[in-house]
Design a binder for this molecule. Structure first.
Ligand code: GLU
Length: 488
């Protein structure tokens, strides 16, 4: 019988979902779905110093937003529940006992002061920092006596001497590690919580994980895990370590070098489908040059064999471009639903029809919901009437445009699309009388109507403001100009 394919995403609850974490979760998802297997979410919260309140709920919410669903998780449960490590402590205690009985784990009483001293000595001699196995030599009697006396201790793994540990990796092939370079890793801490290494191996085994797909930063930990599987007498899962995520200058992507939280992209209005599509291509490439994939298409196309070893560049400009493409495909209703939450409430209550029209009119080229919302807000912003870049000579021109427009039948002004033609006609005929053409006409009107040199096409703005809005702006501009001129 072939083994069931089971993958997992195993984040530590640090408060946000890292884009590298999303890439791991996505590849685990794609692989499991493609192979007809299961994907589970396990929360690795044994480092009690790094716990963040609400982090698990946050993961679940972000994955819901992305449309990535887990077959087993803290939220939906499953046959291997609980899926939160802090609720599984007895398993790790038992596992530590097993290792101790087999002679693969030992008690260590070293204080942090001593460990620091060891590290400082190693540093001074340019040696890699490693535990010096000091407590491995203690006799059983001494250990028992010190434990009875209440001395705090941890359990460490007894890494064998002079061996080579082979890690078979689907992406990297065989990677060898000399045991002399592998630390006697702490497995169980003095607070009764296991370290990542012990809990990870125990749970991957207990949850019947067939494939461990995770970031390359975990590769150096893998020989420890391979040893632990051997100590327990368990068959290890298959490993696939995904390439690092890099900035365009090929430095490692980090919190300091830009946004790494998925939530930040969501808050900027990046669409979940665009983000998934973009993230899928960070390290994996399809058979052809195709760039756009739905989640379902990704499932069909995905294979771990087509994941690269080399680091993958996280190109923000490409993500924005991809998002623009996805946005362009939305229906007007979908666009509205995405933009509306980013608009100030005053705008929504005042002129919903016009605002809706503004969303439609200004959407070409929008990079995100936020970006489009900002354009809409800008379109409705009151004109900056303090500007003095048009003068008395143009005052009568502007006045005439206003007069020309106010004589039009009211109905014309509700026809958003037709309005521009009328506006142009009025502007051109007033312009002709005042010796203005082209840029002279439009720049003067733009300044009068908005007070700003740049902004959306004037025709679109006039359509958005409608009859009342446009006339009010023209009249306000004229009034402001007159009062400027009257003041000494
Ligand atoms: N808890 C680890 C993390 O925070 C999981 C690493 C792994 O997948 O083994 O990424």
């Amino acid at each position: 019988m072939t083994k069931e394919i089971r993958t997992r995403f195993a984040p530590s609850p640090t408060g946000y979902l890292h884009v590298g974490g999303l890439r791991s979760a996505l590849y685990n998802y794609l692989f499991a779905r493609k192979m007809g297997g299961k994907l589970l979410l396990r929360v690795e919260d044994t480092d009690r110093t790094r716990l963040v309140e609400g982090a698990v709920e946050n993961f679940i919410e972000v994955f819901d937003w992305l449309g990535i669903h887990f077959d087993e998780s803290p939220a939906v449960g499953g046959p291997h529940a609980p899926y939160v490590q802090s609720e599984r402590l007895n398993l790790y205690t038992e596992a530590t006992k097993t290792l101790a009985e087999k002679g693969h784990a030992y008690v260590c009483f070293c204080t942090s002061e001593r460990l620091e001293q060891v590290r400082a000595d190693q540093q001074a001699r340019s040696l890699p920092p490693m535990y010096d196995k000091h407590c491995r030599k203690l006799s059983k009697d001494e250990v028992d006596a010190r434990i009875t006396a209440g001395e705090p201790y941890v359990w460490r793994m007894a890494v064998p001497d002079n061996e080579v540990v082979e890690v078979h990796d689907i992406i990297r092939g065989d990677v060898n590690f000399e045991t002399s370079t592998i630390d006697d890793q702490v497995l169980m801490k003095s607070d009764g919580y296991p370290t990542y290494h012990l809990a990870n191996v125990v749970d991957d085994y207990d949850m019947r994980i067939s494939h461990v797909i995770r970031g390359e930063e975990w590769l150096p930990s893998t020989p420890k895990h391979v040893l632990l599987y051997r100590f327990f007498g368990w068959e290890p899962p298959q490993f696939a370590h995904l390439p690092l995520l890099l900035n365009p200058d090929r430095s490692k992507m980090s919190k300091r070098s830009g946004d790494v939280a998925v939530e930040a992209y969501r808050d900027k209005g990046i669409l979940p489908d665009a983000l998934l599509n973009f993230v899928a291509l960070l390290g994996w490439h399809p058979q052809d040059e195709r760039e756009f994939f739905t989640l379902e298409e990704l499932v069909n196309e995905f294979s771990l064999q087509r994941v690269n070893k080399a680091g993958a560049v996280f190109d923000q400009a490409k993500l924005r471009w991809m998002n623009t493409e996805y946005l362009a495909r939305l229906t007007h209703d979908e666009m509205w639903d995405g933009v509306a939450p980013h608009l100030p409430s005053e705008l929504l209550t005042e002129s919903a029809v016009r605002v809706r029209y503004a969303v439609i009119s200004l959407r070409p080229g929008a990079e995100s919901f936020q970006d489009l919302a900002a354009k809409v807000v800008e379109a409705f912003a009151p004109a900056d009437i303090s500007n003095d870049s048009w003068d008395e000579a143009q005052l009568s021109f502007v006045g005439e445009v206003a007069d020309g427009l106010s004589t039009l039948p009211a109905g014309t002004w509700n026809d958003f699309e037709g309005l521009m033609a009328e506006f142009k006609a009025a502007a051109n005929s007033a312009g002709a009388k005042h010796g203005l053409k082209g840029k002279g006409i439009w720049m003067t009107l733009r300044m009068a109507l908005t007070g700003r040199e740049h902004g959306p096409e004037l025709g679109r703005l006039v359509g958005i403001w409608g009859r009342e809005g446009t006339l009010n702006r023209l009249h306000a501009a004229i009034a402001a100009k007159l009062s400027q001129e009257q003041s000494p």
